[in-house]
Structures are given as C-alpha cells and as structure tokens.
Design a protein. Structure first.
Length: 202
C-alpha cells in the first residue's frame, strides 16, 4: 500500500512511502531505490533472499521481478522510482551495466552507505523547503544516488544490439499480469492482449 506519493512536476522521479506490502511479484519500468524506515521484511530476488532491516538500502533495475516473502506489520520504506528514460538519455551505456549487488546494509563505517544516506536526507529536506532552486537540488541528490550505486556495484557487460520491440512486449506482459494476477490468466489471454499468436505462450 502507498501511504503518500510525491509527483515532482517536470522531474524524472516519483517518491513515496510504502507499507502493508503485497506478496505478489513486484516490478517497475523505472529504476527503483528504497531505504527501510522501520520494520523488517525479506525479499526474494534472483534466487537470493535479502533480509532487510531499518536503514538498509535496496535498488532494482527496470523490469526486474522481486517478491516480498514476509514482513513485520510496522514495515515502511521510502521509495524512489527514477524514470529509466532519464537515466538512459544521460548515460546510454548504462544499458550494458549489471548490478553486482542490490542491497547495502546499515554500516556507518561503509562510505557507500553513508553517502547514500546523506543523499536521501538531502532529498527529503529539499523537498520540504520548496525554494526557487529546489528542482536543481533534488536532481543533484538523485544523480548522486545513481552515480554512487552504479560506480560502486555496476559491472560493464559486453554490448548487445538493443531490442526495443522485445522490451516493449515484456513490459506489456508484466503490466497485464500485475493488473490481473488475482484472475486465472491463460496464454490465450496474454496473446489476445498483446496481439500475438497463442503459440508464443505455449
């Protein structure tokens, strides 16, 4: 459940407070970054179990699936979703970078953790002020968070031709499943929605 959402006019990100999490698969077309405010929960991601506690920081690339397998009733997360188009426009090579890590545990001796916490604090503080230069300050914090994550955990992969058609189909499929996961979904339903032959889902 989302308790509050801040749409930043003309800025390429959304921020929100999340609680009462669904145990259905989660995903976003945007780059997702969150810091645990309180409570505990576990996330299943790419065959790994991420045990999360207050002040841990998490990040997931666009179109990646993760599932919250358990959580305490008090769990809350401050989440940012940065538009993938914004990231790829500024740094097109980022499409060839994979993250070696998706979690930073609370550790005041870890400079990466400290840097990310400072950026989150600056982001929240500047959002509250709403001054003339607030948009520049917000973007500065967002850009520094992204820079810290990719420089600390990014691993450059061999370039492959970009298949936007396939990416669009995957996005549409995930969206349909997310909107109808409580229903019985068959291959025929997906094929009809996407305008494809049912054999694609057999």
């Amino acid at each position: 459940m989302i308790t509050s959402t801040q749409e930043n006019r003309n800025l390429p990100f959304t921020q929100m407070i999340l609680h009462d999490f669904s145990q259905s698969p989660q995903w976003s077309k945007d780059f997702t970054i969150g810091i645990v405010l309180r409570g505990h929960f576990d996330i299943h991601y790419q065959e790994e179990l991420l045990e999360c506690q207050p002040h841990d920081i998490l990040f997931f690339p666009p179109f990646e699936l993760w599932t919250i397998t358990s959580h305490s009733k008090s769990a809350e997360v401050f989440q940012l979703r940065v538009e993938s188009e914004y990231i790829s426009h500024l740094c097109p090579e980022i499409i060839n970078v994979l993250l070696k890590k998706n979690q930073v545990k609370e550790d005041l001796k870890n400079p990466v953790f400290v840097s990310l916490c400072r950026d989150f604090a600056a982001l929240i503080a500047n959002e509250q002020r709403r001054e003339l230069c607030t948009p520049f300050k917000l973007l500065s914090s967002i850009n520094h968070i992204l820079t810290t994550v990719f420089e600390s955990f990014g691993e450059f992969q061999k370039s492959e031709p970009k298949n936007t058609y396939m990416a669009d189909r995957i996005s549409a499929t995930l969206t349909y499943i997310s909107n109808h996961y409580t229903e019985k979904i068959g291959g025929g339903d997906l094929a009809k929605h996407l305008g494809l032959h049912p054999a694609y889902f057999s």
